[in-house]
Design a protein around this ligand. Structure first.
Ligand SMILES: Nc1ncnc2c1ncn2[C@@H]1O[C@H](COP(=O)(O)OP(=O)(O)OP(=O)(O)O)[C@@H](O)[C@H]1O
Ligand SMILES: [Mg+2]
Length: 543
């Protein structure tokens, strides 16, 4: 429908049903891309970008990130998965599939002349009810958090990834590393598990099982000279973004010398400036010097004499992290207010120990026991870079899941359990309402089932059969008090059984499900609200 005669536009305008159909089609096509990668039997995608860089992944957010999605409504879904990735870390595939399904069903309702506002109101109500139900009925408080709970959560997340078979090994790695970086907030007394404190380094070669956990912060790069010690205890670390090479006159500066003896003096002074700087650092107590720039070979002897470790050409991000870890400051200049150069001891970071270690044929500097925060590092090994990249992404998902579990201490069974339970509960809830929203809530309930259906399809099982079994179990659980245990029933994709997933250890953090439903509903509503799209033609360039 174009109403160009009513409103002159240098572009196209589409309204009402037209734009909604377009948007829903776009959203569905995005969901179709990621659909087959859901669940433990889900497959991977290979993405090749315009310069030929290959990414192989199973992670929803990464897949969508790599696609160049142009349609504005489809972009809403891409952002949705990004948001889930940022907030929760896992569940980025499910959230997109769910949002698209909700949209599809809402569109059908609107086509049957239900006003979009009623649909949106219904969806919002259903979302609130779902969250209440998850928190009240399904979530299991893990007050005395056993290690196995965190382990199971990590394993469930990892089981859908490239190294599904070694998920036990990596789940252990994830839990161990999270426990190493545990911090307690001094004001509230709550434990915090910052994912950023777990560094990940990748080295190809070896098998995935050769991956290991290193205590302390690990950085690629070795001592600048052999004469330096390998270990420094009670380290005082200077973090510099300053060149420690012989000072040179700035470009364009011209010095006219008439006396040849003076020339030698200038040279001498040039090397003395660097020497004084180094002396300043050493006098302040520094015994580990890390700089992003260079250090002259001539200057190295001063460090060797002082028994200090110096490392050149460090990465700036590494130094920033180390600054945070050790309470030091990254210096970009030594100049002070008066124009002189000085170095204060308070700028030094402190750590228990700094060691140079040889890890997989490369020198690494390991910093243990930083003053401020704890840190550890996971060294990943694998056959090739594609695989390592994917392992890193998967491990990140697992770390996030473990963090959520440990921090919020409540989990829900996975494998479509929550979704099936919600569909039964919401259907009942809808029938108690005598208003227009009833239809929307019933559709919302139906939409939830897309997750178990897709899990079953991807596992090459009969989806109709499995969903029916799941629903009958959950119906029994919600109507009959004696069978309340059945509320933990879910699907195990690997065996194809319907079972108690809580007991089987297929669990996920409750927060990740809650957020998933919230985000998916919000995204569906965002797209649904649109009833007019005006796309302007790009302005013609004046030659
Ligand atoms: N052994 C299992 N049996 C059945 N379902 C499982 C099993 N392990 C995990 N699941 C389910 O698989 C789904 C997660 O799949 P997957 O990890 O592929 O996608 P995601 O978490 O939504 O997205 P991503 O991991 O890409 O960010 C969850 O619904 C989870 O309950
Ligand atoms: Mg996952």
């Amino acid at each position: 429908m174009s109403n160009k005669d009513q409103l002159y536009l240098a572009g196209e305008r589409s309204t009402g049903a037209d734009v909604r159909t377009q948007n829903v089609t776009a959203a569905l096509s995005v969901a179709n891309v990621v659909k087959s990668s859901l669940g433990p039997i889900g497959l991977d995608k290979m993405l090749v970008d315009d310069v030929g860089e290959v990414t192989i992944t199973n992670d929803g957010a990464t897949i969508l990130n790599q696609l160049e999605v142009e349609h504005p409504a489809a972009r809403v879904l891409v952002q949705l998965s990004e948001m889930q990735d940022k907030e929760v870390g896992d569940g980025t595939t499910s959230v997109v599939i769910l949002a698209a399904e909700m949209l599809k069903r809402a569109h059908e309702l609107v086509k049957n002349s239900i006003h979009p506002t009623s649909v949106m109101a219904g969806y919002r109500m259903a979302m609130k009810e779902s969250i209440k139900f998850i928190k009240g009925e399904l979530a299991v408080k893990t007050g005395t958090l056993g290690r196995d709970v965190a382990f199971n959560v990590a394993r469930t997340t990892l089981s859908s990834k490239i190294f599904g078979r070694e998920s036990d090994f990596f789940a252990n790695l994830a839990v161990d590393s999270m426990q190493l970086v545990k911090e307690t907030d001094p004001t509230s007394g709550k434990a915090r598990y910052p994912v950023k404190s777990v560094g990940i380094i990748k080295q190809h070669g070896g098998s995935a099982k050769d991956s290991q956990l290193i205590q302390g912060y690990c950085m690629l790069g070795g001592r600048a000279a052999q004469g330096m010690p390998r270990t420094v205890k009670a380290a005082k670390i200077a973090l510099l973004d300053i060149d420690l090479r012989k000072t040179k006159m700035a470009m364009g500066v011209q010095v006219i010398v008439t006396d040849p003896k003076k020339l030698e003096d200038i040279r001498q002074r040039e090397s003395d400036i660097t020497k004084e700087r180094i002396q300043m650092l050493i006098n302040a107590g520094a015994n580990v010097i890390l700089t992003t720039k260079g250090i002259d070979d001539m200057a190295l002897k001063y460090f060797v004499e002082a028994g200090a470790i110096a490392v050149r050409r460090c990465k700036k991000e590494d130094l920033r992290r180390i600054a945070k870890l050790t309470g030091g400051t990254l210096m970009i200049t030594l100049a002070d207010m008066e124009g002189n150069e000085s170095f204060d001891a308070s700028m030094l970071g402190q750590a228990e120990e700094v060691i140079e270690e040889r890890i997989c044929d490369d020198d690494h500097l390991v910093i243990k026991g930083g003053m401020n925060t704890k840190s550890c590092c996971v060294l990943l090994r694998g056959a090739n870079m594609h695989m390592l990249d994917e392992v890193e992404r998967s491990l990140h998902d697992a770390l996030c899941a473990v963090k959520r579990t440990l921090e919020s201490a409540s989990v829900v069974p996975g494998g479509g359990c929550v979704e099936a339970a919600l569909s039964i509960y919401l259907e009942d809830f809808a029938t108690t309402l005598g208003s227009r929203e009833q239809l929307a809530i019933a559709e919302f309930a139906e939409a939830m089932l897309v997750i178990p259906k897709q899990l079953a399809v991807n596992a090459a099982k009969d989806a109709t059969d499995i969903v029916a079994k799941l629903r009958s179990n959950h119906n029994a659980a919600q109507t009959d008090k004696a069978q309340a245990e059945l509320k933990y029933t879910g699907l195990d994709c690997i065996t194809g059984n319907i079972q108690n997933n809580l007991a089987a250890g297929i669990i996920e953090p409750a927060l990740s499900k809650v957020k998933m439903i919230q985000f998916a509903t919000e995204a569906a509503i965002t797209v649904l609200r649109i009833d007019d799209m005006i796309k302007l033609h790009p302005e013609e360039q004046q030659q």
